[in-house]
Design a protein around this ligand. Structure first.
Ligand SMILES: [Zn+2]
Length: 89
C-alpha cells in the first residue's frame, strides 16, 4: 500500500484515542476528508488545548488530527490494477 499522506477526498477512519483524555467514543468513525488545515485546536471532549497539528476536517466543526486517523484505500483504485485504456491485448 502507499504511504501517501492524507489528502482531501480520502476516506479516513479514527483508529486511535485522543492523547489528552483517552477519548475513544469516536473510534471506528469514518469520514471523507473535506479539508485539511494546520492549526491549534481544542479537544472536543475534555477541552484540552493542543498545539498546531495537521487536522483533517469533515466540516468546520468536525474532524480529527492526523495522528488519530488511518487512511482507507478504496480497493477499486489500487494502483496495481490496470484499468480502462491501460489494457492492451
Ligand atoms: Zn481530550
Amino acid at each position: 500500500m502507499s504511504d501517501k499522506p492524507i489528502s482531501k477526498g480520502d476516506l479516513v477512519m479514527v483508529v486511535r484515542v485522543a492523547k489528552c483524555c483517552g477519548l475513544a467514543k469516536r473510534l471506528g468513525y469514518s469520514f471523507i476528508v473535506n479539508k485539511i488545515v494546520f492549526q491549534s485546536y481544542y479537544c472536543g471532549s475534555c477541552g484540552a488545548p493542543h498545539s498546531a497539528d495537521w487536522v483533517a476536517l469533515l466540516s468546520e466543526n468536525s474532524g480529527a488530527p492526523f495522528y488519530r486517523l488511518r487512511r482507507i484505500d478504496p480497493p477499486a483504485l489500487n494502483d496495481d490494477i490496470p484499468i480502462g485504456e491501460e489494457l492492451h491485448v
